[in-house]
Ligand binder design. Structure first.
Ligand code: 5BU
Length: 452
């Protein structure tokens, strides 16, 4: 069997813990948020989880097994299937009709029941469940939980004489995530603070205004995009991921009034033609005053990048105002990008990206020292001298089935200090792209004003 650490990382990849700033049911602000429900959607992981939980327990002690509704129900069911200990089901509310039973299934008074819970925080909901189960004449001696948030729940129940077995606690989980660079030292410190009972002070991030950034901006394209933002009261970049020129141009015309830049993947067009695609696109950019950002994500040696930038079918250097580039080829590889603003890829939005904190630290050294770079694509805060572009922004979805992960405009602008949000499907897949662009523009601008 894999190690507990490997198993945790497998669970983590299902999105069970999020870091940032969250308001809990109690009103307390927490630096992390746990939701184990995704585990039930991955049968292999759920089965393994059931076995990990069972391994910790004196199984001979239990006649029946019961999950605290609802999140722990699939876990309890899986444990029952793996151990052949019969399952009972506790309702959240007693049925209003018929039997009015609170506990369903076959059991006898005096039987000993193992309680299963997903996450233990203060222990309040567990205490309620225990009372209800015990009221039916069932005995409870042991509780098994997947994750202990270390906020007193375990101690509270142990003080009442129950044995609490937990598979993971938040401190060890944070340690595992730090080891693999999924979270940085700041986050670790904040979580430790929180676990130690201190109220976490989330710095109210004050940002520089676009006007202030404009005063110190040196690169002509950094100045341009900031000027457009101020003039249009917009921080929205629309990603136009179309495969036909007609769709691309129609879209650019619709959303043009609301955006600071149109981001393209020019190589996905089926019918690219310099005259039919680029000339009208440039006209639209002039008409609506937006920049053209080609999301080419260069990632080669300098000589090849130079060729890719200026030659071939797309001749990007002829028309793009901004281009994205990895910095993986080292500083010299970026020298070729003349007369264009480079937006360097520091961190990606997709699940499992290799742009961990170690990579980002090294990449930042290249980025800060290169004059062609005006900013970064990233999912975290960066220094004020650079512009921050954040994709993975969507108001309706949390991700797609190909690894994309989304946040709201407000989340990225307030938590990362994002200067420009990049929105693709959130706009171009909607019924009314123009209205939707306006909605993202307004959300983005409102969040920006609120952080000033
Ligand atoms: P979406 O439809 O909003 O998911 O599109 C996002 C766009 O941003 C898409 O063109 C991606 O290629 C691009 N992108 C991204 O999503 N995440 C990243 O980390 C980088 C680019 Br870099």
């Amino acid at each position: 069997m894999e190690s507990k650490k490997e198993f945790f990382l497998e669970c983590y990849k299902l999105g069970i813990i999020k870091f940032g700033r969250f308001t809990l049911k109690s009103g307390i602000e927490s630096p992390f948020y746990v939701d184990l429900r995704p585990l039930a959607s991955d049968p292999k992981t759920l089965k393994k989880l059931a076995n990990y939980l069972l391994e910790m327990l004196p199984l001979d002690n239990f006649d029946i097994i019961c999950g605290v509704p609802y999140a722990a129900l699939p876990m309890a069911t899986a444990m029952s299937l793996e151990s052949f200990i019969p399952l009972i089901i506790k309702r959240k509310e007693a049925k209003a009709y018929g039997t009015k039973k609170l506990i369903e299934g076959i059991f006898e008074k005096g039987q000993n029941c193992l309680l299963v819970e997903d996450v233990i925080t203060s222990g309040k909901s567990l205490v309620e469940t225990i009372d209800e189960v015990e009221n039916e004449g069932i005995k409870v001696s042991d509780i098994v939980v997947v994750l202990d948030r270390q906020q007193g729940g375990k101690e509270k129940l142990e003080a009442k004489g129950y044995k609490v077995h937990s598979l993971f606690n938040i401190s060890e989980v944070v340690e595992i995530l730090r080891e693999v660079n999924y979270i940085d030292e700041d986050e670790v410190a904040r979580i430790k603070d929180f676990v130690n009972g201190n109220q976490v002070i989330f710095e109210e991030k004050k940002r520089l205004s676009y006007e202030q950034k404009l005063e110190t901006a040196e690169h002509s394209f950094a100045k341009k995009i900031l000027e457009i933002a101020i003039e249009k009261r917009s921080n929205l970049i629309a990603s136009a991921d179309f495969i036909t020129t007609k769709e691309l141009l129609d879209f650019a015309d619709f959303v043009g009034p609301h955006i600071v830049a149109l981001k393209t993947h020019i190589d996905i067009l089926n019918d690219f033609d310099a005259d039919e695609t680029i000339l009208p696109l440039k006209d639209l950019a002039t008409k609506h005053n937006f920049l053209l950002m080609e999301d080419r994500k260069f990632a080669d040696i300098g000589n090849t990048q130079e060729l890719q930038f200026s030659y071939g079918t797309y001749k990007i250097s002829n028309w793009a105002d901004l281009v994205t580039s990895h910095v993986i080829g080292g500083s010299k590889s970026l020298d070729c990008f003349m007369n264009v603003g480079v937006v360097a890829i520091l961190g990606m939005s997709s699940k499992g990206t290799l742009t961990d904190s170690h990579y980002r630290e090294e990449a930042m050294k290249v980025i800060q020292s290169h004059p062609n770079i005006i900013g970064c694509v990233a999912q975290n805060e960066i220094s004020d001298e650079l512009l921050l572009f954040t994709p993975g922004v969507n108001l309706g979805e949390t991700g797609d089935d190909k690894g994309q992960q989304y946040n709201s405009p407000e989340h990225v602008i307030k938590n990362y200090g994002t200067d420009f949000i990049i929105v693709g499907r959130g706009i171009y897949k909607s019924e009314e792209p123009e209205q939707e662009a306006l909605r993202y523009k307004n959300e983005g601008w409102k969040a920006y004003l609120e952080t000033l």
